[in-house]
Design a protein. Structure first.
Length: 138
């Protein structure tokens, strides 16, 4: 997916193209301001995250988008967060695309996540990390 704008030109927001060109559940890798960022469209919105797994630096954008098994009772299997979890291709660690946190908290670090917005049918991304709570990281 091409990104308009140039790194280092003071661009704080980059248009990634029409929302309709971003299929559900498919990771598209873009480079913005020198950062490799994965962008994925889910039923609940569009999310952007860094391309390096916090475990051992694997290329998380080469992973897959899925859901995960939720805590449940004995002999009970509940699947959830469909389309909102990215799985690292190296060791299969899972991370929530909205927050970057690892599923179940098994990895102490998290993926960097970036702001996205849909405006007039186009997807925009700001290469500024956001906190899990939604606040920008200074």
């Amino acid at each position: 997916m091409p990104a308009s704008g140039e790194a280092g030109s003071g661009v704080t927001e980059v248009c990634l193209g029409p929302l309709q060109d971003l299929p559900l559940g498919v990771i598209r890798t873009v480079e913005i301001a020198g950062l490799r960022i994965g962008v994925v469209r889910a039923a609940s919105g569009v999310y952007a995250f860094g391309d390096r797994c916090p475990h051992q630096g694997g290329p998380i954008c080469a992973g897959r988008i899925a859901g995960t098994m939720l805590p449940s009772g004995r002999d009970e299997y509940i699947y959830g967060y469909d389309g909102l979890v990215v799985q690292c291709p190296w060791h299969a660690y899972e991370f929530y695309v909205q927050s970057g946190e690892s599923v179940g908290g098994v990895i102490p670090g998290r993926l960097p996540v970036y702001e996205t917005e849909i405006r007039d049918g186009d997807v925009y991304c700001q290469p500024v990390r956001i906190r899990v709570e939604g606040e920008r990281v200074p």
